[in-house]
Design a protein around this ligand. Structure first.
Ligand code: SF4
Length: 95
């Protein structure tokens, strides 16, 4: 159990998402301050880069992250091709 290295720039952790989930504090304890291994945002960041992390992706939405990663395997069109159709991408933040 360790704090995620993305905490300083993560819009989810700092409540800068447009629509925070009801259980945001519970998710922060589980993922951000517990283990980031299964965090959907972290998965996309590590595999594709911060520009591919949708601004409205919750840490527990692994199924959406897996779809984004699967799409990225078949597309080579940059951020809009891989994740842009699903949501706006993070521009100013690390995660
Ligand atoms: S939401 Fe995910 S990427 Fe962001 S700080 Fe928490 S564990 Fe890290």
């Amino acid at each position: 159990m360790a704090e995620c290295e993305r905490v300083p720039g993560c819009i989810f952790f700092h409540d800068r998402m447009t629509d925070l989930p009801f259980a945001a504090e519970v998710l922060k304890q589980k993922f951000c301050l517990g283990s980031n291994i299964d965090c959907a945002r972290h998965m996309i960041f590590d595999a594709l880069g911060k520009e591919y992390v949708p601004t409205d992706l919750y840490p527990n939405d692994v199924s959406r992250a897996e779809r984004i990663l699967a799409d990225a395997q078949f597309e080579d069109a940059g951020p809009q091709g891989a994740a842009g159709s699903d949501a706006a991408t993070a521009i100013l933040d690390d995660v």
